[in-house]
Write a protein that binds this ligand. Structure first.
Ligand SMILES: [Zn+2]
Length: 189
């Protein structure tokens, strides 16, 4: 069976200068790049919204307008240029799709199964939203799931959100490891 790297929403709008910049979001570039060389199969999600997405503050939602389909903000972060992505999965495409989880209304589970994947290593943005939702859904889909803690960053709308997200993920059965541990093949803790 195979391992896959799942890179969540590493996009311009979630990094420095973006519409919904995650603090230190750019800093995952190093670990994501190093991890990418370690995996035969890499899937990457994109937050991919219509201009009137229900999550936007212009529509009464909680977030500024971000990751509108086809815009620069929705493009992958420049560091992704060096990452050989096998499958791009877009989520949040419908006006009312929450789009936090890469598995929501997407083919992601099928793509992973079709490639013989049973173990999914998760990195990307943001820990307390899309990483959390995707990792928990990956467990529900029956995958062994490891979140790479130095290759994720949190929004932290409320202080402690990151810690709570890690607690929620552990409770769902997610393991946590550092990129060093993953690259050394030591497995998760
Ligand atoms: Zn979004």
């Amino acid at each position: 069976m195979a391992q896959a790297l799942l890179i969540i929403d590493f996009q311009n709008d979630f990094t420095a200068g973006g519409a919904l910049a995650v603090p230190e979001g750019d800093e995952i570039a190093g670990p994501v790049s190093r991890l990418s060389h370690h995996f035969d199969f890499i899937a990457a999600t994109r937050d991919w919204h219509p201009p009137d997405h229900a999550s936007f503050d212009t529509q009464g939602g909680p977030w500024p307008v971000h990751c509108v389909q086809g815009t620069h903000g929705a493009d992958f972060h420049p560091a992704m240029k060096d990452v050989e992505v096998d499958a791009v999965v877009d989520v949040g495409k419908g006006r009312d799709d929450e789009g936090y989880s890469g598995f929501e209304k997407s083919d992601l589970a099928q793509i992973l199964h079709d490639n013989g994947v049973d173990e999914v290593y998760v990195c990307g943005l943001a820990t307390d939203y899309c990483v959390r939702a995707s990792a928990i859904d990956a467990c529900r889909e029956g995958f062994d799931v490891i979140v790479v803690e130095d290759a994720v960053r949190a929004v932290e709308v409320t202080p402690g959100d990151s810690e709570r997200a890690f607690a929620d993920m552990r409770e769902a059965g997610v393991q946590i490891a550092t990129s060093e541990e993953v690259l050394a093949g030591a497995g998760a803790t």
